[in-house]
Design a protein around this ligand. Structure first.
Ligand SMILES: [Fe+2]
Length: 299
């Protein structure tokens, strides 16, 4: 059976919390049956202990394994804790800021791109990238290789002026793809964006495909801010190799990315008309949901 990842980001626990979202997400998780839930940062709004506790309890309430990395909002908001113990509350819940999930089908490497001295921006040190390459190298043969960080590497559909991509974006993206990442997940901009390697790099021949995907926010901390979406992504790493059939994308061989139109029917059944978020999730999955099938090419 294909391995599925359910990707949420930017919960911002501590702002508006919506019980209908919890119920809708629980139903969706049950339907999707993900091997792993990925949470790509900003689990909390102010990095407080109670917010971290609530976010972790929420993410773990679905019964699936969770891999979480911190975002810029998961640091303490106040001084001096922001600099003296930036990760204490995150690690109290998740043990590490750079976790790994490994199975015969999925090898997922989490990276910490948040920085205490940056308010919105993020970065990965050279030693983190070197270590990421080693961690990816340790993937079981045939496993789909996934990297998770908070800061985005492809742009938002709407302008997100204050939200810069991860520092030295091109070098980071090049390093992760070169290290064997098949799928790179992030959040931060509260908007959805997906790009396949042929859309961000000129390549020729039968090169290994790679996909960069930014999930919209699951939370909505600033409801009056324009250009922010709510929803989530679901990915499927299948065993079949097929051409890319993404409607707006270039044809590609290698691992595939395809629009999930065949899932629209089942996606609708996941909606709860009483919940705007569930409706958004259903619409997202029905019209825009990107399902990925494939496996990394044997090297
Ligand atoms: Fe955020």
């Amino acid at each position: 059976m294909a391995a599925r990842i359910l990707h949420v980001s930017d919960l911002h626990t501590g702002t508006r919390e919506d019980h209908e979202v919890e119920h809708a997400l629980a139903a969706l998780v049950k339907h999707v049956g993900p091997e792993l839930i990925v949470a790509s940062g900003d689990l909390t709004h102010r990095g407080r202990r109670a917010q971290h506790e609530r976010a972790a309890a929420f993410l773990r309430s679905f019964g699936a394994p969770v891999l979480a990395v911190p975002g810029n909002h998961d640091l303490p908001y106040t001084f001096p804790a922001r600099f003296t113990q930036p990760w204490v509350e995150f690690e109290r819940q998740w043990e590490t800021t750079e976790p790994t999930h490994s199975s015969p089908t999925l090898h997922v490497v989490g990276l910490n791109s948040a920085r205490p001295y940056r308010h919105q921006g993020g970065a990965l040190h050279a030693h983190q990238l070197r270590r990421a390459a080693e961690r990816l190298e340790a993937a079981p043969p045939g496993a789909y290789r996934v990297v998770v960080l908070h800061h985005h590497m492809v742009g938002a559909p709407w302008r997100a002026a204050r939200k810069r991509p991860v520092s030295r974006r091109n070098a980071v993206l090049r390093a992760l793809v070169a290290a064997g990442a098949d799928l790179i997940l992030a959040g931060h901009i509260h908007q959805a964006a997906v790009s396949e390697r042929h859309e961000f790099e000129v390549v020729s021949g039968d090169v290994r495909a790679a996909v960069v995907s930014i999930a919209p926010g699951l939370g909505q901390p600033r409801p009056n801010r324009l250009g922010e979406a709510r929803g989530l992504h679901v990915y499927e790493a299948g065993r079949e190799r097929s051409p890319c059939t993404r409607t707006s994308g270039a044809a590609a061989t290698g691992d595939s990315l395809r629009a999930g139109s065949s899932r629209a029917g089942s996606a609708r059944s996941w909606s709860n008309p009483a919940s705007d978020v569930a409706g958004n999730v259903a619409r997202f999955l029905g019209r825009e949901h990107q399902a990925m099938e494939g496996r990394r090419e044997r090297r």
